[in-house]
Design a binder for this molecule. Structure first.
Ligand SMILES: Cc1ncc(COP(=O)(O)O)c(C=O)c1O
Length: 388
């Protein structure tokens, strides 16, 4: 079996260091937050080039805490894309705000700047004939507050344009960098591309813990203080003073120890992900599949290597062949968010976002991790080319 993501190979490389560091935490008696977590936050902030890092319990918490810190709630509209992991839009709805979907680009899977402009105009003019909007009753007296842009599959979105539009319109931008830790955009690292950036340390992510974890990055001192308060039930100057509502969003010291060991080898792993992606893209050039497009000035973290089949039948046949050859694969994401039952109350129609629908019917991902060998990549390419 060739797994989609092989965490065991990585573990074999770092096993002794991990055991040493985890035992150190066990011996220390400090299990939640503490010096290990603080030291990791400092390293992570430096790595991405942000002033502050606020570690937390998951990528979902990172996004949710960021919205809470920005005061998002009922009566607010927040723009995001429908072709992403559920959590990106879920957190918007959990605050009481309304998600407003904007379609993605077919070649990058990231937010379409033209659609973003249209959606903002449609909201301002309260006219869904300009761009599809959520149900009219949900928009009544609601105010557009911000944008969550997603760096899908590890590729940063177009932040120059997004930040410029946001500034013009008085909106905040959150970078959902859950999949893009390590990626870069015009010499800046993912995690530093918007006012707030959120990442995930779920084990399968480019930088993954051995449990759940996440982090928020920002430059603003006051925002960082608010986020630190939100992380612990809206704590004030001491433990039993609560100045706002918050969550239990802390990172534990064992995950921090694991992440510190993995950060030591991260740059080497990052380069190996580029190696794997380049090998696949060369090998699949003539295959009839559309391979990922990386715009100039960007580097993807290659959380996934995702290709586009010419239609849904071809995807089905390809997935069957991969399964038969015992090659790990997955479809991210088979149901666009506006088509999910949980978001049916928004009142969108399936074809409101044609590119997201197009992609949800055709994409699939093949094994991607830094330890893939040439023979393994050759096997993937061969199986994909059979019968295509
Ligand atoms: C784009 C995106 N946003 C948010 C999340 C949520 O992260 P977590 O699973 O750590 O809560 C994920 C994780 O899969 C993700 O891929």
């Amino acid at each position: 079996m060739l797994p989609l993501i092989d965490l065991k190979k990585q573990y074999q490389r770092i096993e002794s260091r991990i055991k040493e560091e985890v035992i150190r935490v066990l011996d220390s008696g400090q299990y939640v937050m503490g010096p290990k977590v603080q030291a990791l936050e400092e390293r992570l902030a430096q790595y991405v080039g942000a002033k502050h890092c606020i570690s937390c319990a998951s990528g979902t918490d990172a996004l949710f805490m960021s919205l809470i810190a920005k005061g998002v709630g009922k009566g607010d509209l927040i723009i995001t894309t429908p072709f992403t992991f559920f959590a990106t839009a879920e957190v918007i709805a959990l605050t009481g705000a309304v998600p407003v979907f904007v379609d993605v680009e077919k070649d990058t899977f990231n937010i379409s700047i033209e659609s973003l402009k249209l959606a903002i105009r449609a909201i301002k003019e309260n006219d869904s004939s300009i761009y599809p909007l959520p149900d009219k009753a949900l928009r009544e007296n609601a105010k557009l507050k911000g944008i969550i842009a997603v760096d899908l599959f590890g590729l940063p979105a177009e932040y120059d344009a997004i930040n410029e539009i946001a500034e013009l319109e008085g909106l905040f931008v959150i970078e959902d960098a859950a999949q893009s830790f390590g990626a870069s955009y015009r010499d800046k690292k993912a995690g530093s591309l918007a006012e707030i950036a959120c990442t995930s340390f779920f084990p399968a992510k480019p930088l993954g813990a051995y449990g759940d974890g996440g982090a928020i990055f920002c430059d603003d001192d006051e925002l960082a203080e608010t986020l630190r308060s939100v992380r612990v039930h809206g704590q004030g100057s001491n433990k039993y003073e609560n100045v706002r509502l918050g969550v239990t969003g802390r990172l534990d010291a064992i995950q921090a120890a694991v992440l510190a060991v993995k950060l030591d080898i991260f740059d080497d792993e990052f380069e190996n992900r580029q190696r794997v992606a380049n090998y696949y893209s060369n090998g699949l050039k003539e295959s009839g599949f559309i391979v990922p497009v990386i715009p100039g000035g960007c580097k993807s973290a290659w959380a996934q290597y995702t290709i586009i089949a010419s239609n849904n039948d071809v995807r089905k046949q390809s997935v069957d062949r991969l399964n038969k050859a015992k090659i790990g694969n997955s479809v991210y994401y088979p149901i666009a968010l506006h088509d999910q039952k949980a978001f049916s109350y928004l009142g969108y129609k399936s074809l409101d976002f044609p590119v997201s629908i197009f992609l949800s019917e055709r994409v699939f991902s093949v094994p991607m991790h830094p330890y893939l060998e040439v023979a393994e990549m050759e096997q993937v390419i061969e199986v994909l080319q059979e019968g295509n």
